[in-house]
Design a binder for this molecule. Structure first.
Ligand code: FES
Length: 80
């Protein structure tokens, strides 16, 4: 399977607003990290779209290798 581009090697903290819908970039190519800007079009990747159930600060995955998208699961620590 095609691997996503590593957009960053540390997670990015983001403040989510309750009820807002977000689209996390899964391909790693967006210029608006960690969010999708549509440049995945034509690739095997699609953003992870989710709605925040409450206002909270979260660690968004930037290396794009997380097993728990869109959140950081520590996978950036074992990048080769
Ligand atoms: Fe990366 Fe949309 S730009 S998933």
């Amino acid at each position: 399977m095609e691997k996503a581009k590593v957009a960053g090697t540390t997670p990015q903290m983001q403040q989510l607003e309750e009820g807002e819908t977000y689209a996390w970039c899964a391909c790693g190519n967006s210029a608006n990290q960690p969010w999708c800007n549509g440049v995945h079009a034509g690739s095997v990747f699609a953003p992870t779209v989710f709605q925040a159930d409450e206002a909270k600060t979260v660690a968004m995955c930037m290396c794009k290798q997380t097993k728990n998208p869109p959140y950081c699961d520590g996978s950036h620590m074992s990048l080769s």
